[in-house]
Design a protein around this ligand. Structure first.
Ligand SMILES: NC(=O)c1ccc[n+]([C@@H]2O[C@H](COP(=O)([O-])OP(=O)(O)OC[C@H]3O[C@@H](n4cnc5c(N)ncnc54)[C@H](OP(=O)(O)O)[C@@H]3O)[C@@H](O)[C@H]2O)c1
Length: 270
């Protein structure tokens, strides 16, 4: 990638993307400037990646070609109010801020600025993320290609219309937490059945990992793969009956609707 990238907010996600970009050689450390208000965080990021990290957000934005906004939704309103003048219409803004539409950036920043909204997820930390992105009003094919270059460094990328981004948030953005909750439950269940915690953990994690790979690599969908484990009158169907009785499927529907609704509520940062 050409030009300079400003990473505004070097929390979990900002750092994941930064690490992916440098690790994949998409950018050199000289092409990156980061901003973060927390001194220990700045020192840590500088030590790990050799990039410039400043407390002065305005100076990081000023002079960058691409600005990755990776702060929490709750502080975005303040950031846009204070730093709007540091942006120029020639920059490309990549926002990963959950729930906040491209129109919020377009209204607050110089007229004509290109905004691409992206929803990544935490497996990006190990290059196994999945990100969905959409273009704002002024984002061109070239801006979308920049966003795809950046987020391909930490996993796979797909384009969706902006009205689907809250649904994306509910499935893949929040999704890792659902999987970790299920993993925790499966491990505890193994302990309840008398397995040692390390053995239960190895079995549960191995099962999740192997099943996800099988699902990704097989030509069969989840229904056929589930049926292949489920022999008539056997152990698995006895377990599946209990999961259905416990309302697992309905709980997943309700949970993802709650996440999408919450993403919608974050749309207008105060
Ligand atoms: N984590 C996820 O799974 C995930 C997935 C998809 C999208 N996202 C989105 O990614 C964004 C970042 O999430 P995160 O989990 O990485 O949050 P985080 O760990 O809290 O990181 C945000 C960082 O930005 C810093 N910051 C706050 N105001 C700033 C400013 N004016 N200039 C520069 N830096 C500033 C924060 O400092 P302080 O700690 O001092 O506030 C913090 O270090 C959020 O909007 C979230 O919705 C997260």
């Amino acid at each position: 990638m050409d030009g300079v990238l400003a990473v505004v907010g070097t929390g979990r996600m900002g750092e994941a993307v930064l690490g992916g970009l440098l690790g994949a050689g998409v950018l050199t450390p000289e092409q990156v400037v980061c901003a973060d208000p927390v001194r220990p965080r700045r020192e840590e990021v500088h030590r790990r990646y050799g990039v410039e990290v400043t407390a002065d957000t305005a100076s990081a934005i000023d002079g960058a070609d691409v600005v990755l906004v990776a702060v929490k939704p709750q502080v975005l309103g303040d950031l846009l109010r204070r730093e709007a003048a540091s942006f120029t219409a020639e920059q490309t803004v990549l926002s990963i801020v959950a729930g906040v539409p491209t129109s919020t950036f377009e209204a607050a920043l110089p007229e004509g600025i290109a905004v691409v909204r992206v929803m990544p997820n935490t497996p990006a930390q190990i290059g196994a993320g999945v990100s969905a992105l959409c273009a704002g009003r002024h984002a061109s094919e070239a801006d979308l290609a920049i966003a795809e270059d950046v987020f391909s460094a930490v996993g796979s990328v797909l384009r969706v219309p902006e009205e689907q981004l809250d649904a994306v948030t509910a499935i893949s953005g929040s999704g890792p937490a659902y999987v970790f909750l299920f993993a925790e439950a499966l491990i505890d269940a193994g302990v309840l059945l008398g397995l040692g915690r390390p053995e239960a953990t190895e079995l549960a994690v191995g099962t999740l990992l192997g099943s996800a790979r099988l699902l990704a690599e097989s030509d069969e969908g989840p229904t056929a793969l589930k049926e292949a484990v489920t022999s008539p009158g056997g152990t698995t169907i006895a377990a599946l009956r209990e999961l259905e009785r416990g309302g697992l499927r309905a709980a997943v529907f309700d949970a993802t609707q709650a996440s999408a609704r919450r993403a919608g509520e974050l749309a207008d940062p105060a």
